[in-house]
Design a protein around this ligand. Structure first.
Ligand SMILES: *Cc1c(COP(=O)(O)O)cnc(C)c1O
Length: 410
């Protein structure tokens, strides 16, 4: 396993790597970024990235041969000349005025130093990635409004595509991450061609197994807020909670993050009053009576609540809720409730089962959903999600594998 040492202080590059699931250490270096005018534009950018990489190699105390030093440099180029960071607000204005209505290029050079390879010094790999960005025609007052936000002042080209500056962009061609500052897909191609493997986060490993219709719900019940924040920083948005009270506290504490919350646990009838439109989905509607109460509550606030109908396919005597025949019997009444929208079915097979034992339940749920003509299938947890994905799950609900063991029930 290789480890990335990121020779950069850019929070944007770190964020791209983190969201892609890499663990890395940052070792920012400070070098003169004055380009060597004797070189072509592409060579100048590669040269600056290489100086950063070599400075990192020199100064970083960690000389582990499995380290890969990653350095990069981004330039915004208009008509083949580089545009740097603005010196002041007027300079930012002049730059944006020049970019207005035109295409410009964003070039990022990456340099990789393999500390474990090479005869005399590390093996060097370099790549330069070019993307094209087309700006709309900008009005002077919109440019000034943007400058007043402060965002342009530390950005090459005086804008940030991932920020408010995104609204100036008509379209772009190439890797979006490259325009932000790190050409991730080119980088990963190099990793593959070199046969380098890296330890990756559980989140990214699970996400790599999903197709376009499949989503990951991170089940955060009985997990602390810091762990949720950590997953959010890795790019996760949808979280599932079991207990209404705990969920409402977390929703309030994390409201600045704009997360999507799902309630996946059973809902006691006396708790329905707490349901406003705080949950995007309820996964555990397990009786007609509960569905009616939820619909009534939603109608009071002019809301349509999206729900899954929970089906108990193992026919365990101990589990309440719909079994296959009772859900068919209740279906007409369920679908007539005006203030719930049934998006799909959910199941929670017996916990003691082996993953493969659950395959028959997942198959049954899929067949039932097809028959009832609903699309979403909420099925699969930490120990059996791979089987569930194979059987067509559209929402897997994963707790332990993402967060580690839960705290004990209060
Ligand atoms: C707790 C819980 C999960 C997550 O289980 P893990 O084994 O931690 O992945 C999924 N679905 C429901 C309904 C749960 O209660």
């Amino acid at each position: 396993m290789k480890k990335i040492v990121l020779a950069s202080q850019s929070p944007r590059r770190a964020e791209i790597l983190k969201k892609a699931g890499y663990y890395f250490v940052s070792f920012p270096v400070f070098i003169s970024e004055i380009p060597n005018e004797n070189l072509s534009l592409d060579e100048q950018i590669i040269d600056i990235a290489k100086r950063k990489a070599l400075a990192c190699l020199d100064l970083c105390p960690d000389k582990n041969p499995s380290n890969i030093i990653l350095a990069s440099d981004t330039m915004v180029c208009l008509e083949n000349s580089a545009i740097g960071k603005p010196e002041n607000e007027q300079d930012a204005f002049d730059t944006l005025k020049k970019l207005s209505g035109k295409m410009h290029e964003v070039k990022t050079a990456i340099i990789l130093l393999d500390q474990g390879a090479g005869q005399s010094g590390p093996e060097v790999t370099s790549h330069i990635e070019t993307s094209q960005v087309f700006f709309k025609n900008l009005r002077d007052e919109d440019i000034w409004d943007y400058i007043k936000t402060g965002e342009p002042m530390d950005k090459a080209g005086s804008y940030a595509i991932q920020g408010l500056g995104g609204k100036f962009v008509e379209k772009f061609v190439g890797d979006y991450n490259n325009v932000v500052g790190l050409p991730l897909s080119a980088l990963e191609k190099i990793f593959t061609s070199k046969n380098w493997s890296f330890e990756k986060s559980a989140l990214s490993q699970i996400k790599a197994k999903l197709n376009a219709d499949q989503h990951l719900l991170a089940v955060s019940k009985l997990q602390p807020l810091e762990k949720i924040r950590e997953l959010v920083s890795q790019g996760q948005k949808a979280f599932g909670e079991n207990y209404i009270q705990e969920a409402l506290e977390k929703i309030e504490a994390l409201k600045d993050l704009n997360l999507e919350w799902h309630l996946i646990g059973p809902i006691q009838k006396n708790k329905v009053k707490y349901l406003k439109n705080n949950f995007a989905y309820l996964h555990a509607i397990d009786s007609l009576e509960l569905a009616e109460l939820v619909s009534k509550k939603a109608s009071e606030i002019g809301h349509v609540q999206k729900v899954f109908i929970q089906v108990n396919l193992a026919n365990e005597a101990t589990k309440a809720g719909f079994d296959e025949s009772s859900v068919l019997a209740a279906w007409d009444k369920l679908t007539q409730l005006a203030h719930i929208k049934i998006v799909g079915l959910m199941t929670m097979p017996p916990l003691q089962n082996q993953a493969l034992d659950n395959q028959v339940h997942f198959k049954k749920l899929k067949t039932l959903a097809d028959r009832l003509q609903v699309k979403e299938l909420s099925m699969g947890t930490s120990h059996d999600y791979e089987v569930a994905l194979k059987e067509g799950a559209t929402w897997i609900r994963i707790g332990t594998v993402l967060f580690g063991e839960r705290q004990k029930v209060k």
